[in-house]
Design a protein. Structure first.
Lengths: 295, 301
């Protein structure tokens, strides 16, 4: 039996990475941490049924906000078994954060599960800070799928989340102090929450660009969420190819359980007011252009 | 171009041109209605088309039953389990045509009453089986295009053309070819050989004759109701090509359907280049040269 490969899907949060992760987890070759394992202290071997069970679950029973079974980011489990430094760091994690005890726990957390699940590829998702430089230092063979979505759509979505801490201002939002330019823009905007949400996207994108430099090119795949939603077959085929997996019959059937709605990609234009859009356009212009989004 | 529930999509093409693959690929679409193996077996009971709905609910079993391991849509020759044989699958459905009094061999004639019967039979399949667009592939349809246009003035036609050398090479390998009457010859390929003919000649010419009769039939079809597709272009980039064909046929884009298509490993089969001797290739090309050139296939010499 070949040793399992490890892959991490990373993104800013509210960037569509959950949908991508959930669809990919339908592949019989992919192992993952489930929300059950995150919420309950269960033996690692319990994850053995994750893939088989999840492939039989209709998409409506995987949706957030209801009793469901789905892949999880597993922060509670990581807190229990590794360290809270993984789940809620105030800055991005780098190779400098690797200590022997932390590396051992982190590696064991994923390796034990991948082995128990007999996975070809164990895929885990992290949102917020990319943590990629840290992960690469601990697991040099790991691959990264970086999901990017239009920052204005991300900001609009963050504003609608009950868990977003930005309403407490930059002092409470969990991403450390604002860079000077952004702090000035935030003040000048009259402390626009939409702008703050956009700045969060920008900070996390900057962090991912720094982290990317620590990872060999062939182990990093950049994916625009919009491209996947517009042509899901092409998008997922690229990701599967990157992960070394085939688009097989079993995955096709699981894939068919999910819906992709291109019309929803522009919903942020209706959800945000004109002033917020103008603030975001001005603040995010360079980053948006870099990823092919027009202002 | 308008789409109505009474706008069927007919798939035309010489046998061994990939029409079965195209047919099954389109029938995977959630909005496609089709004659199944059950309705073919019991054409007087169109309610059996309701089993098509079962097929949609068992997508994995459906994929396994419709396509062989190498994704060959022509699965009848290989070993298949009872479950696979019983599973509702798209069939050419000649018994349905026959029951309506529609002939499959020349002379092709039908009364208005018989055409009404055909419309009614297709409508029943669509009603019981579900689906918006009735899709049908039947090689004999190549000979009765004018009649189909008369029965369904809004019908759309896809003409699938494959390299004639690949078609000839494939024809001589399939089990039914030798004893199947050839409409333009009036006898079987076995009899052709018994009469001193070369087996490659009859296979090569069959492609030419099928192409000609299709072209003749399609001359009465409005250009916007006709799509000509090269099989090689479909296999080279299957999902976009099949998406275009589906849209032409009035089937709305569906990522779920495209996901199923992506699981079928459709690859270009050019085995004729190594299976046929140089002499056999020359023989086939001598007969097919004009049609090959007309459809953009270059000769080996």
């Amino acid at each position: 039996m070949a040793a399992p490969a490890f892959a991490f899907m990373i993104g800013s949060g509210r960037c569509g990475s959950s949908l991508l992760h959930e669809v990919l987890a339908r592949h019989p070759g992919i192992g993952f941490l489930s929300n059950i394992e995150d919420n309950l202290t269960v033996p690692v071997s319990a994850g053995r049924i994750n893939s088989a069970l999840y492939r039989r679950v209709p998409a409506r029973f995987t949706q957030k906000g209801r009793a469901r079974f789905a892949p999880s980011e597993g922060y509670r489990a990581l807190d229990r078994e590794v360290s809270p430094v993984i789940s809620a760091p105030v800055r991005d994690l780098t190779a400098a954060d690797v200590t022997p005890w932390l590396a051992d726990r982190f590696r064991a957390f994923f390796a034990e599960r991948a082995t128990a699940q007999d996975a070809d590829v164990f895929l885990h998702k992290f949102t917020g800070w990319p943590r990629a430089a840290f992960i690469h230092a601990v697991m040099p063979e790991a691959r990264f799928v970086h999901v990017v979505r239009d920052g204005r759509a991300v900001a609009s979505s963050l504003l609608q989340m009950d868990w977003w801490k930005g309403y407490g201002g930059p002092e409470a939002w969990g991403f450390g102090p604002l860079p000077a330019d952004d702090a000035a823009a935030w003040e000048a905007s009259g402390k626009s929450f939409a702008l703050l949400a956009g700045i969060e996207w920008k900070l996390l994108l900057d962090a991912s660009e720094v982290a990317k430099r620590a990872v060999p090119e062939k182990q990093w795949l950049e994916v625009r969420y919009e491209d996947v939603v517009i042509d899901p077959v092409d998008g997922f085929r690229r990701i599967l190819e990157f992960l070394g997996l085939e688009w097989n019959e079993s995955f096709a059937v699981g894939f068919a359980r999910h819906a992709f709605d291109p019309a929803a990609l522009t919903r942020w234009q209706a959800d945000l007011d004109l002033r917020s859009i103008e603030l975001l356009n001005a603040s995010l212009a360079d980053h948006l252009a870099r990823y092919g989004y027009s202002v | 171009m308008t789409t109505s529930p009474e706008t069927p999509l007919f798939l035309l093409g010489a046998p061994r041109s990939g029409t079965s693959l195209l047919y099954k690929a389109l029938c995977l679409h959630p909005d496609a209605a089709y004659i199944s193996n059950w309705v073919r077996r019991f054409p007087s009971v169109p309610a059996l088309a309701a089993l098509n709905r079962v097929g949609r609910r068992l997508p994995q079993q459906r994929m396994r039953s419709w396509f062989s391991h190498d994704s060959n849509a022509y699965v009848h020759m290989g070993p298949r389990s009872v479950v696979q044989r019983a599973f509702p699958s798209p069939a050419e459905g000649e018994p349905v045509f026959r029951r309506c009094g529609i002939p499959g061999q020349p002379p092709i004639q039908a009364s208005e009453g018989q055409l009404r019967e055909l419309r009614s039979a297709f409508g029943a399949v669509r009603r019981f089986g579900g689906g918006e667009v009735f899709v049908n592939k039947r090689i004999a349809n190549n000979l009765r295009i004018a009649l189909l246009v008369k029965a369904f003035p809004d019908a759309r036609f896809v003409n699938l053309v494959r390299d004639g050398r690949a078609v000839a090479a494939s024809l001589v390998r399939v089990d039914w070819w030798e004893d199947d009457p050839v409409w333009w010859y009036g006898a079987t390929p076995r009899e052709w050989v018994r009469d001193g003919g070369d087996p490659w000649d009859v296979a090569a010419r069959h492609w030419v004759e099928e192409l000609r009769v299709v072209e003749q039939g399609l001359s009465g079809v409005e250009p916007d109701r006709l799509l000509e597709v090269r099989y090689e272009d479909v296999v080279d980039d299957a999902v976009p090509a099949l998406r275009e064909i589906a849209e032409f046929g009035g089937l709305t884009p569906s990522p779920a359907w495209e996901g199923l298509l992506a699981a079928i490993s459709i690859v270009r089969d050019e085995q004729w280049r190594v299976q046929l001797t140089a002499e056999q290739i020359q023989r086939v090309e001598a007969i097919q040269a004009d049609e090959l050139a007309r459809h953009g296939y270059s000769l080996t010499r």
